[in-house]
Write a protein that binds this ligand. Structure first.
Ligand code: AMP
Ligand code: MG
Length: 520
């Protein structure tokens, strides 16, 4: 293996906690605490991402070597690694929660590759840190498989996301009360190595703001701009404003992608929003089967559904407004921050319009198309139509004969609803065909435009759960197969129809398939 080059700027350039080790505490005036991963009994590599390994400079021989599982299970450090846990706060479900921090994530270091890419390597589930509060710092296999698979699936779907290098079984068990109903059970433990250019969250800025520590706040902002937004030019408030505007735009882009592919984050607390606009913290997330803007997979949020599918754009705005408040001491007035928030709303509208048009294969969107999209969304919601299957079926609509196709029939979950909405479906297809006729694009170009934005395969909740059930019995083939399918989500993959099928009835109300808690 070629030696990895670590430069650990977060550690070198920002103030740290003078105390080291995992004693739980409030950490003031510091953005991180030095703490080592707690070794595990029997680290074993369960699955890895070949693309991520390659990007970091690991060969196939490295990945299968015993030291790889030891390092990425938390038992051993490579030269240059200097583990730390970072310090942040956050608004959880709308309320300020104070200091949170990396309670079970430990960064090993920041690698700079020969290509000049920066990748921070972070173990999730690596044992207690000063930020673990009352919890154990560990993670269970089921949630680690979900994080691993979804990070990579999102990447291949073209959605900005943190990545995953590896999933290591620890050989230890972890006690969890999955539904917080007084029935704790031991489950197998695991550690994911997740990877991103930066793990800085909105909550990193909120904590020094809440504590009135404007010096630390400014240090963090200047560091973030310098390291993670090096293309931004200028200085002082103009630079800060440009930076905030870019954070807003990236957030808009990511949320628009979520809506495009049918992803529900599930816990959009401000500590779970990345300053780079990456999808981060895969917990009780879910994928839309039948199109339902009110759906959330998170049972912890079932009452108010704050983080439901159709509300993600508004929630991100609220989170950005919390970030704006946190940054306000660094601005003379609030106008630049307000301008950033306005920019978020207008960028989102532009990006969403473009993505919606692409999903329908329209090269030249018009404002009147909003009605066409709106009618389709209403139809899909009322008739309980599978979002992924239906959009994919639209690739094969013949504008000269706009009739329901067999692939479209497959997208319906309920025969009675299919019957009831037959007229609406046919009317909509006629309107759609007419609109296609007015768009100056050849049929092959239209089909290709649609293929690249309407995935054939997404990480349906029940597919992940099937793979988890088998992995819990010691059979990892389901995890490997799913990872492989999700590497090419826009291609038709012969023999893999099972992975594109709509959710089976048994999965509708099953734990893990539709209902997930924050327990992980
Ligand atoms: P999450 O809901 O996963 O975003 O986590 C919210 C906060 O709780 C973060 O500060 C996490 O680090 C912390 N946390 C979650 N699970 C654990 C755990 N098992 N041990 C320690 N800290 C945890
Ligand atoms: Mg979190």
């Amino acid at each position: 293996m070629a030696a990895l080059h670590f430069d650990n700027t977060f550690l070198r350039e920002l103030p740290g906690d003078p105390e080291t080790g995992p004693r739980r505490r409030q950490v003031e005036g510091a953005l991180y605490s030095r703490v080592d991963p707690t070794p595990v009994t029997a680290p074993r590599l369960l699955v890895h991402s070949p693309e991520m390994a390659q990007a970091l400079g690991f060969g196939e021989a490295d990945v299968v070597a015993p030291w790889f599982a030891e390092v990425f299970g938390g038992n051993r450090l490579l030269e240059g690694m200097q583990p730390w846990a970072s310090n942040y706060g956050g608004h959880q479900f709308g309320h300020w929660a104070g200091q949170l921090g990396d309670g079970r994530a430990i960064s090993l270091g920041e690698v700079v590759t020969t290509k000049g890419e920066r990748w921070e390597l972070q173990l999730k589930g690596a044992g207690p840190t000063p930020y673990s509060r009352t919890a154990d710092g560990r993670a269970v296999l089921r949630s680690s498989i979900r994080e691993f698979l979804c990070s990579e699936a999102m990447h291949h779907l073209g959605v900005p996301t943190t990545r995953a290098l590896s999933l290591v079984g620890t050989g230890e068990s972890v006690l969890r009360d999955m539904f917080y109903d007084g029935h704790p059970e031991f489950e197998p433990g695991a550690v994911v190595c997740r990877v991103a250019p930066s793990f800085i969250r909105f909550g990193h800025f909120e904590l020094p703001y809440a504590r009135g520590d404007h010096t630390l706040l400014r240090q963090l902002m200047e560091f973030t701009i310098r390291r993670d937004f090096p293309h931004l030019e200028g200085s002082g408030e103009a630079l800060y404003a440009a930076w905030f505007g870019e954070v807003c735009e990236r957030t808009a882009q990511t949320v628009a992608h979520w809506m495009r592919v049918g992803f529900v984050h599930g816990v959009m607390n401000t500590d779970n929003l990345s300053i780079l606009g990456l999808t981060i913290d895969y917990g009780p997330y879910g994928w839309i089967d039948n199109y339902d803007p009110d759906w959330t997979p998170n049972t912890t949020d079932a009452g108010r559904r704050r983080y439901r599918f159709g509300q993600q754009m508004q929630v991100a705005w609220w989170n950005l407004s919390r970030l704006a408040s946190a940054l306000s001491p660094l601005f003379a007035g609030t106008e630049p921050l307000q301008a950033g928030l306005d920019w978020y709303a207008s960028s989102y509208a532009t990006i969403e319009r473009r993505m919606q048009a692409d999903k329908l294969g329209l090269a030249e969107p018009r404002s009147e198309d909003d009605a066409l999209h709106g009618q389709l969304h209403t139809l899909m919601a009322q008739a309980q139509v599978d979002m992924t299957l239906f959009y994919r079926a639209l690739l094969d609509v013949d504008p000269a004969r706009p009739l329901p196709t067999a692939a479209m029939e497959d997208a319906f979950y309920d025969a009675a609803l299919r019957q009831r909405f037959d007229g609406e479906l046919r009317d909509w297809l006629v309107r759609y065909a007419k609109r296609l006729g007015e768009d100056p694009q050849s049929p092959p170009a239209r089909r290709e435009r649609m293929r690249c934005v309407n995935p054939r395969y997404v990480l349906r909740n029940y597919l992940a759960q099937e793979a988890i059930d088998r992995a819990t019995q010691g059979d990892l083939s389901g995890v490997h197969a799913l990872l492989d399918v999700m590497r090419r989500p826009y291609d038709d993959q012969p023999g893999r129809d099972h992975y594109a099928a709509r959710r089976p009835d048994w999965a509708k109300e099953k734990a893990g398939c539709s209902m997930l808690s924050c327990s992980s």
